[in-house]
Design a protein around this ligand. Structure first.
Ligand SMILES: Nc1ncnc2c1ncn2[C@@H]1O[C@H](COP(=O)(O)OP(=O)(O)OP(=O)(O)O)[C@@H](O)[C@H]1O
Ligand SMILES: [Mg+2]
Length: 358
């Protein structure tokens, strides 16, 4: 009947045999695809050199090996040398009859699954924003009244009391600013799609960052000059890049830090939707900074509105990024460890024969 070999070869998910010295003893063909390397090239090499995992699982792994028990790890980022990390589930189990040898199966969380996650984020964002927009509108008028009254009062006050009216005015201004940001979010129209030279957008964003909020940062350009045009709305994409640059600049040491703007082409990057249709997203833009990384507490929710790790942060920057990119049928992902945070945007290219309309 079926041989072990054909079962092994047919497994549709990357699978590895790990020997007692943590070297790769065997890899199936899906695993070769995952590593983008042949079995010959990786057999006998240390497994954790080939597969990078962003969580400390060594201890649990050793325990599973010693006790002969399986180990399941959900939702961790797994990368290989040649590709950006993917969110995966790991299943590890001892290989029967071979003490010390472990079988490891990596199940990338389907892009389709991630897409639905993205959609639900979007609609949650939308209802939160609808509500906030309405409130914003309602609060601005009385607030203007309060500010005005405080300014009138201040005319007849001594220095000590002046401090209090100044506080009222300053805090009211801060609220108005917040409300304006909320309103800007609500005003976002559907993208005006046209061919966009991404490098122009990156350049504009870089220049404006260096004149203002990013003056303390070193910004390095690492562009693929042959990158084709993207299909998108240049103003909205500029907003996205600015928000990402601003976050990186705000997270950095006030003494400065480095941001790398990288573009490259990845022919095979496709987004699969749950309805079975697909979208090719070959243009990759990465904004990489060497700052402290995302705070652990909010790591999972940073694209949700009003999630902020900063004092005085509104938490709308990344929600806006997520909304714009998803309106572009694109994809945004992030990987972050202290010293290296990568926001990656994946966008569609202009279809051949594209004129002015979509
Ligand atoms: N490059 C980065 N490095 C470290 N932390 C980051 C980075 N980008 C975002 N963050 C974290 O994610 C949080 C959410 O970012 P987001 O842009 O959505 O909101 P915000 O910057 O707090 O407020 P706003 O952008 O509305 O002024 C930030 O507060 C920060 O803690
Ligand atoms: Mg921000």
């Amino acid at each position: 009947m079926t041989s072990d070999q054909s079962i092994w070869a047919s497994l549709p998910v990357p699978a590895f045999l790990i020997d007692p010295e943590d070297r790769i003893a065997d890899v199936n063909s899906a695993g070769e695809g995952f590593l983008n390397a042949s079995k010959k090239a990786v057999e006998g090499t240390p497994v954790w050199d080939q597969i990078a995992i962003d969580a400390p699982i060594e201890e649990a792994f050793e325990r599973a090996r010693t006790n002969g028990t399986p180990l399941f790890v959900n939702d961790i980022d797994v990368g290989s040398g040649s590709r950006a990390p993917l969110q995966c589930a790991l299943q590890i189990a001892p290989l029967l009859g071979h003490p010390g040898t472990m079988i490891m199966i990596i199940s990338p969380r389907e892009l389709a699954g991630r897409m639905t996650q993205n959609h639900s984020v979007k609609s949650a964002a939308q209802s939160a924003i609808g509500m906030a927009e309405m409130l914003a509108h309602e609060i601005k008028n009385p607030l203007a009244g309060i500010t005005g009254a405080a300014q009138l009062l201040s005319m007849n006050l001594g220095a000590e009391d002046l401090e209090l009216t100044d506080l009222i005015v300053a805090e009211s201004r801060r609220i108005v600013k917040l409300l304006e940001q909320v309103e800007q979010f609500g005003n976002l129209s559907t993208p005006d799609f046209k061919p966009v030279n991404i490098h122009d957008v990156l350049d504009r964003a870089r220049r404006s960052a260096q004149l203002g909020f990013g003056a303390h940062m070193t910004i390095i350009e690492d562009y693929d000059p042959s990158l084709p045009m993207a299909l998108g709305d240049p103003d909205q994409l500029l907003q996205v890049i600015l928000n990402l640059l601003r976050n990186a600049s705000e997270a950095a040491d006030p003494q400065g830090g480095t941001i790398r703007l990288r573009s490259y082409f990845e022919h095979s990057f496709r987004l699969r939707r749950s309805d079975g249709t697909g979208q090719s997203l070959p243009l990759q833009i990465e904004i990489i900074d060497d700052g402290p990384g995302l705070p652990d507490k909010i790591k999972a929710d940073i694209f949700d509105p009003f999630v902020s790790g900063r004092e005085n942060g509104t938490g709308l920057g990344l929600a806006l990024v997520s909304k714009i990119i998803s309106d572009h049928n694109g994809w945004v992902s992030v990987t972050s460890v202290p010293g290296r945070t990568v926001f990656r945007l994946s966008l569609p290219r202009v279809p051949r024969g594209h004129m002015d309309k979509e």
